[in-house]
Design a protein around this ligand. Structure first.
Ligand code: SF4
Ligand code: SF4
Length: 430
């Protein structure tokens, strides 16, 4: 599909969503060019990537139309910014959950007209998308659900509320029993807010079904990640990152089916020794802050420098799917408790202490057969940046090659990052 690939446009639909159509019309051709360079220039990609390429082709059209139709049917379309917001409840209410974290430099200028410059680019990018009316996902949602994970986010929600109805969940910063109780109460309030939007209560059967649907999605992602750990790798890190990003805006059931189909193909490729990177290619793991669409910068640099990425310890990575929800709950109260237990296992650096994350990174390093870790921190993300100190210490103790990188979405540091990454790869090869 490489020659015909095109990110499609639908100005009529965008106008209905009150977008800045003229300005946004420049985006699909730009994204087409970048996608060709980062993804379609790769050789021997699995056939199953065709579906995910198509999802990118329809990112501003077909998928938005599906969400628009859902909204017209009275189903809530809810934007979120954190994997702590329980999407099972939105799904149980017949709604659509879409991740709105921003991964583009293009909207940062809009945000910086209002927000301070020295905050995380993910927050600025998302805010800028809404302020500039240049993101169809932001325009199609009924409301957004923010959280109190980090200072940049929680204070931005106060401003975002002027542009789109913004609710906020309080996510605890510790994991003691009293914090878990607070979190259960927050999840219950979240359920009530979604029910108020739809005008009907979520039933136990609906919640059970939604938990099973999301468990199946997470299990499919676990299966895919296990397969990519094979040495040599049957799929590139860039393609894996793309799939993990699409997980935040596709229909869960359809996505799960396509991921499982891809897994079947990868199993067959492993049997026939059909790989994307030859034996001996340096295998790296990335840990740290999430990479929202279309942030492909680091993966592109690493893999174009000759290494292959074999794991992402990230919220757009294993933190999103490593745990499933126990289905032992038989009534609403128990189901919500089991659900919150699973969510409290997400080891975001916003928690303290957070030593479980350090252990988890080392565990994933071993399981993935990586030869080094690149810890990726978005500029001005204090919690991940400080936690990198502990991670470095743990890696030094274990003899694991470690490189910490702090970056944003601008292309300015690409050359410098490339030099550091090439030196890191050489160090591992030596
Ligand atoms: S890194 Fe933390 S704040 Fe960001 S999505 Fe993950 S859990 Fe949420
Ligand atoms: S990367 Fe860090 S600063 Fe940015 S939104 Fe996530 S937790 Fe906040």
């Amino acid at each position: 599909m490489s020659e015909q690939f095109q990110v499609k446009a639908d100005p009529e639909l965008w106008a209905k969503l009150d977008m800045d159509v003229e300005r946004f019309s420049n985006i699909p051709p730009m994204l087409t060019g970048v996608f060709n360079d980062v993804f379609l220039s790769q050789e021997n990609r699995p056939q199953g990537m065709g579906y995910f390429d198509n999802m990118v082709s329809n990112i501003f059209t077909g998928r938005i139309q599906e969400m628009y139709d859902a909204r017209e049917e009275g189903r809530p379309v809810v934007g979120t910014f954190c994997v702590y917001v329980p999407e099972e409840i939105i799904h149980a209410a017949g709604g659509v959950c879409v991740g709105l974290c921003g991964g583009s430099q293009g909207s940062i200028g809009d945000a910086e007209k209002i927000l301070p410059r020295n905050i995380c680019p993910m927050v600025k990018s998302a805010f800028g998308f809404k302020v500039g009316r240049i993101c169809p996902f932001f325009q199609v949602v009924d409301f957004v659900y923010g959280e109190t994970t980090c200072d940049a986010k929680k204070k931005t929600w106060e401003l975002l509320d002027e542009y789109v109805p913004t609710h906020v969940m309080e996510i605890p910063q510790m994991k003691r029993e009293r914090d878990k109780k607070l979190w259960v109460e927050e999840v219950k309030d979240f359920k009530t807010a979604i029910e108020q939007q739809t005008g009907k209560d979520v039933t136990e059967t609906e919640l059970k079904q939604a938990i099973e649907t999301m468990n199946a999605k997470r299990k499919a992602m676990q299966r895919l990640n296990d397969l990519r750990h094979h040495d040599p790798s049957p799929i590139s890190g860039r393609d894996m990152l793309l799939i993990q990003q699409i997980a935040f805006y596709d229909i869960p059931e359809r996505f799960t089916e396509k991921v499982n189909e891809l897994c079947d193909e990868l199993e067959a490729r492993i049997k026939t020794e059909n790989y994307v990177a030859p034996k001996g290619t340096t295998r790296l793991m990335v840990s740290g802050t999430p990479m929202a669409l279309p942030n492909w910068k680091l993966h592109n640099i690493i893999e174009k420098s000759g290494a292959v990425i074999v794991n992402e310890e990230s919220c757009i990575g294993t933190r999103y799917y490593k745990d499933t929800i126990s289905t032992d709950g038989t009534n609403m109260e128990q189901m919500l408790e089991k659900l919150t237990e699973r969510y409290m296992q997400i080891d975001c650096s916003c928690f303290t202490p957070n030593d479980d994350r350090i252990d988890q990174v080392i565990k994933e390093y071993r399981e993935s057969g990586a030869q080094g870790i690149i810890d990726y921190c978005l500029q001005f993300c204090h919690t991940y940046n400080i936690e990198a100190v502990k991670l470095r210490q743990a890696c030094e103790k274990e003899g694991i090659p470690f490189l910490a990188i702090e970056s944003d979405y601008s292309p300015e540091d690409v050359g410098q990052l490339q030099t550091r990454i090439e030196a890191f790869i050489e160090q591992i090869q030596d």
